[in-house]
Design a protein around this ligand. Structure first.
Ligand code: ICE
Length: 476
């Protein structure tokens, strides 16, 4: 029965926690829960400091600011300011695609670094930064601006990148934006999102030449175009008659950031990383915003109807027509894959949005989420999550490598959806796995274009005969 299952999963949590010392055990217990009908007890603690010594999958503020928010702005050169490693190891692996001519109006494929050396730590890196910015605009005169993303040592030695940025904004006649996203700030990449949002607020929005707002102009907030996601989202919105003028930030331009508030409605996909600017635009400019979810036909339909409700009859009629058109196509996808995937159990562990946003897409294929959790979500994100989950679902916040491994061993899911740090652990166990950050080199997964690809990929993972012939190297 369900109550027995809930009990068993609670016991599993206790059992796994046994290895920790008392203090760590007490801390971690608050981050783990089992979904029950009355969810007063299933709320987990979140957005707290990781227990020292525990293996976390979290990233840092620099990751959240450079990798997530600023990186996809294609016509700005982003300088990873500090030692070479941070920029190098975060280079190109998030798969935020961008169109345009590389080196002319698209700098996304590049990696710019100030490559700090010992002498820069001793004497400071401000002069070097100034010289680099000069070189950047000389080599790439079309760059619309420059962002300076600080890495840890820059903050530790007290460099004044703000004054360099001010001077260079004057000198180069384009925005040079200081982003104080040193990795040691905060407890996860989440603060990096916030810092990056604040930099847009302070240095970019409302500061360019304004444009007229058309009656159907909208912006997409928090779609980073992973594997082409934003293009798939945009396509549907345009089909219902809306005009997507800004995307924050996937395949984005400086102009889109400057004029983010000049739309009738902002649609926010990733609430976690950009709720700050969505709120700011509403409070400052009166631009309304609405959350939506474009994973899987059920959620797409729900979202389209909500969006259409903000517009006139012509948009509403278009929406009905578009939903009907795609419903038939999506049903074909479901007819192929559902028989191969129905009843399969899934465990997820991703960043700050997808652990709830992809649930509907799996359910469209008849799959069941038995465990999910976020690396760095806040209370508001978990509150949006509980209603999406079935009773008995295991919920884990900032789950440690050990905990996740033990949960998976016990619950035996048919598929694990998580990141690169988890991938090879579970694949070596012979467990089907999909990377749910980068879409495992696939995608898009958003929109009607994305769902058939999502379905195919999940089937490919779950039903591959390969897993049966894998024996974990540590099993004697
Ligand atoms: Fe938002 Mo990996 Fe994107 Fe989310 Fe965010 Fe990150 Fe991407 Fe993941 C992201 S912005 S990079 S939807 S930081 S996949 S919260 S962890 S679930």
């Amino acid at each position: 029965s369900i109550s027995e299952m809930i009990q068993a999963r609670k016991e599993l949590v206790n059992q796994v926690l046994e290895v920790y010392p008392e203090k760590a055990k007490k801390n971690r217990r608050q981050h783990l829960a089992v979904k029950e009908e009355d969810c007063s007890s299933c709320a987990v603690k979140s957005n707290g400091k990781t227990v020292p010594g525990i293996m976390t999958a979290r990233g840092c503020a620099y990751a959240g600011a450079k990798g997530v928010v600023w990186g996809p702005v294609k016509d700005i050169v982003h300088i990873s300011h500090g030692p070479v490693g941070c920029g190098f190891y975060s280079w190109a692996n998030r798969r935020n695609l961008a169109e345009g001519e590389v080196g002319i109006d698209n700098f996304v494929p590049f990696q710019f670094t100030s490559d700090f050396q010992e002498s820069d730590i001793i004497y400071g890196g401000d002069k070097k930064l100034e010289k680099i910015i000069e070189e950047v605009v000389e080599l790439f005169p079309n760059a619309k601006g420059v962002s300076v993303l600080s890495e840890c040592p820059v903050g530790l030695i007290g460099d004044d990148i703000e004054s360099v940025a001010r001077r260079m904004t004057e000198k180069t006649q384009r925005p040079v934006v200081p982003v104080r996203c040193e990795g040691f700030r905060g407890i996860s990449q989440s603060l990096g999102h916030h810092i990056a949002n604040d930099a847009i607020r302070d240095h970019i929005i409302g500061k360019g030449p304004e444009r007229e707002i058309g009656p159907y102009d909208i912006g997409i907030i928090g779609d980073y175009n992973i594997g082409g996601d934003a293009w798939a989202s945009k396509k549907i919105l345009e089909e219902i008659g809306l005009n997507v003028v800004n995307i924050w930030t996937g395949d984005s331009t400086l102009e889109m950031l400057q004029n983010g508030h000049l739309v009738k409605l902002n649609l926010i996909h990733c609430y976690r990383s950009m709720n700050y600017m969505a709120n700011y635009m509403e409070e400052t400019y009166g631009t309304p915003w609405l959350e939506f979810n474009f994973f899987g036909p059920t959620k797409i339909k729900e979202s389209l109807l909500n969006i259409a409700a903000h517009f006139d009859d012509s948009i509403r009629e278009n929406t009905q027509r578009v939903i009907a058109k795609y419903e038939a196509q999506m049903q074909k996808v479901i007819d192929i894959y559902r028989p191969r995937l129905a009843g399969k159990k899934v465990m997820l562990y991703v960043g700050g949005l997808r652990p709830r946003h992809v649930v509907g897409a799996y359910e469209d294929l008849g799959m069941e989420i038995i465990g999910t959790g976020y690396e760095f979500a806040h209370k508001e994100d978990y509150e949006r999550t509980y209603p999406q989950l079935k009773e008995g679902t295991l919920i884990y916040d900032d789950v440690s490598a050990l905990e996740l491994e033990e949960f998976v061993k016990d619950l035996k899911p048919d598929l694990v959806g998580s990141g690169i740090k988890e991938k090879y652990v579970f694949e070596k166990m012979g467990l089907p796995f999909r990377q749910m950050h980068s879409w495992d080199y696939s995608g898009p997964y958003h929109g009607y274009d994305g769902f058939p690809i999502f379905a195919r990929d999940m089937d490919m993972a779950v039903n591959s005969p390969t897993w049966k012939s894998i024996k974990a190297p540590w099993v004697k």
